[in-house]
Design a binder for this molecule. Structure first.
Ligand code: BTN
Length: 333
């Protein structure tokens, strides 16, 4: 979709959101600087995206259904005014991968705080380059940040993103937990994941794309059969859908606070205790993939630098800086 069309679409949605009654075609065409026919075409395009309008002759259009897509005009009203994340929000009905788009746009001067979102992903990627199922109804988005931190603090980007997601969803009554280092669990099953990709310049992270995927408002059957026993969706687990634009705004607001602190030198360490309290991995038997190696034992703690301490045999511990928990006696993973 051309940039101009996207701008008109967003302005049109905004006009309907702000209106407390029907808006006439004439007023819309005046506001948007477009012909009545062009306005009508844009309204038809919105209908294709799930909007519904009631049109009354000589009175105008009233929006009677607004889908909860992660579109700028639907997310922005929920963002705190000083939030540095969420401008712009670049939504598309379908993308291969929001991380991929963000990495491409990074080369073209994408500003700090931009968020790339998608109604669905056709080539979503997870950690270890695995495919990430991303059907409609989920939350698929990538936050773009410039100069977020020193390279040695790069792991904080994902640890803090997991915390932001937990804070926002828990405030909305969804009791998610974190599986070290950056999976989001609900009832012990995976409901979200984070994939951060960074570009470094010397000792600094030049820019990073933080991809967040949440299985939100779709049926479990939409996920590939082979992961259904260890994954879940918010809708499936809680029986109710979440307001996706509002949830995205809340996540961005939390993430903005955490990333500002990270830039000021207060990263994971500053929220260590809160993070630990949300982490379901500690105190359980785990098997962790560290490269090609498997480390098995009791997860004892997550250190203030984000590493996982595993007791491999009585009194013997191993500290793992990054890896993936393959098995735990607590979780259905
Ligand atoms: C994981 O393996 O747990 C990480 C999954 C990350 C998925 C998100 S969805 C939005 C963004 N775009 C992608 O292609 N991946 C991330």
């Amino acid at each position: 979709m051309a940039q101009d069309d996207t701008r008109v679409r967003d302005q049109l949605i905004e006009a309907f959101l702000l209106a407390d009654g029907p808006v006439s075609g004439e007023e819309l065409s005046h506001r948007l600087g477009l012909s009545r026919t062009a306005v009508w075409k844009h309204i038809k395009a919105l209908e294709q995206l799930g909007f519904a309008f009631e049109a009354s002759p000589r009175v105008g259009y009233r929006a009677v259904r607004i889908p909860d897509e992660l579109m700028a005009p639907l997310v922005r009203p929920h963002l705190p005014p000083d939030c540095l994340l969420g401008s712009p929000i670049l939504w598309a009905e379908s993308r291969a991968s929001t991380n991929e788009t963000a990495l491409e746009l990074a080369q073209k001067g994408l500003p700090h705080g931009a968020v790339v979102t998608a109604g669905e992903q056709t080539g979503g990627r997870g950690r270890r380059d695995r495919a990430w199922a991303s059907p409609r109804g989920g939350m698929w988005f990538t936050v773009f940040v410039r100069n977020p931190c020193a390279l040695r603090h790069a792991p904080d980007l994902t640890l803090l993103a997991a915390l932001a997601v937990c804070r926002a969803l828990r405030a909305d009554g969804v009791p998610v937990e974190i599986k070290w280092p950056n999976d989001i669990l609900l009832g012990g099953r995976k409901t979200g994941g984070i994939l951060a990709q960074i570009r470094a310049e010397g000792e600094m992270v030049d820019h990073a794309v933080i991809g967040i995927g949440l299985n939100a408002n779709f049926a479990l059957e939409e996920l590939p059969e082979e992961i259904r026993d260890r994954a879940t969706t918010i809708l499936h687990a809680t029986g109710r859908p979440i307001d996706r634009p509002k949830a995205l705004a809340h996540i961005l607001a939390e993430l903005d606070r955490l990333y500002r602190d990270l830039r000021d030198g207060r990263g994971f360490q500053a929220v260590h205790a809160e993070w630990i309290a949300l982490c379901s991995t500690i105190g359980h038997e785990v098997e962790v993939a560290v490269g090609d190696e498997r480390v098995r034992g009791m997860a004892r703690s997550v250190e203030p630098d984000g590493s996982l301490v595993i007791e491999t045999s009585p009194g013997v511990t191993r500290t793992v800086v990054s890896g993936e928990v393959l098995f735990s006696d607590r979780e259905h993973i």
